[in-house]
Design a protein around this ligand. Structure first.
Ligand code: ADP
Ligand code: MG
Length: 250
């Protein structure tokens, strides 16, 4: 199995409201890999995730981002999404008045359209959605409810995983998908994530707890500090961090 480069970030600097947050970050991720990004609160992890996804509030002042070799630094977020970047938010938003199924069908079909594939009619889409819901062991009643409205923290996170399963991203970025989950939910979500991993995609797991990494074994763990990756290790780094804290890497 030949690995292909999925994401390459070169000397990235990004700011919000003229405040620099990402300060010279480099990262390279190949197909079939899971990378964990850990670091203290405020180190810039969520900012990095949003900058990769193309969030309009963040301005890239230096450096470049490549997806499968293509420079996407200045591309709009929807274009990046159509090309296979998926971001599961740390704080998923509620969308009152929009049913989960309608939302998912629109997202799915707009991706198909952008990639010049035929859109799925509501019935075929419903079949596909049912398969995905089963795959991640999600209660199908969540499909008829409004997007995340009244969902518990864990249910919102599960709903993000459903989107991930459906959109079949080339690069999925999961921002603290483990936070607020009880141990059973953590295990199920970890199983779901493991089942969505394949040789052609890549996953970034942002977390500051080691416990997620008991269930999902990353190929690399990066430590972020003050907007930069200051240390990269293998999956064993997580246990050391748990024992000794982030000062371990100093
Ligand atoms: P993490 O996800 O690692 O906890 P964040 O990326 O959320 O960190 O935040 C990194 C830094 O950027 C923090 O110091 C935070 O206060 C700052 N920051 C994030 N959003 C804004 C904003 N809208 N305005 C000013 N500062 C911000
Ligand atoms: Mg964060």
């Amino acid at each position: 199995m030949q690995k292909k480069n999925i994401l390459k970030i070169d000397h990235l600097h990004a700011c919000i409201d003229d405040i620099p947050i990402i300060k010279g970050l480099n990262l390279s991720i190949n197909s079939g890999e899971i990378h964990a990004i850990m670091g203290k609160n405020g180190s810039g992890k969520s900012t990095l995730a949003k900058v990769i996804a193309g969030h309009p509030n963040y301005k890239i002042t230096q450096g470049q981002i490549f997806l499968s070799g293509e420079d996407i630094t200045t591309q709009e977020p929807e274009i990046r999404s159509h090309k296979g970047i998926f971001l599961a938010f740390q704080y998923p938003v509620e969308i009152p008045g929009v049913s989960n199924t309608d939302f998912l069908r629109l997202a799915y079909n707009s991706q198909r359209k952008a990639n010049k594939q035929p859109e799925l009619d509501p019935l075929s889409f419903f079949d596909l959605l049912n398969q995905k819901t089963k795959l991640i062991e999600m209660d199908p009643t969540f499909l008829t409810r409004n997007v995340n409205e009244g969902f518990s923290g864990g249910e919102k996170k599960k709903n993000e995983i459903l989107q991930m399963a459906l959109l079949n991203g080339k690069l999925s970025i999961l921002d603290e998908t483990d936070s607020g989950l009880d141990i059973d939910a953590l295990k199920t979500i970890s199983n779901n994530i493991n089942s969505l991993k394949n040789d052609d995609n890549a996953i970034i797991l942002i977390t500051h707890y080691q416990r997620l990494l008991d269930y999902i074994k990353p190929d690399f763990i990066h430590i972020m500090k003050e907007g930069k990756i200051t240390y990269t290790g293998n999956s064993e780094l997580a246990q050391q961090l748990e024992k000794y804290g982030y000062d371990y890497v100093k």
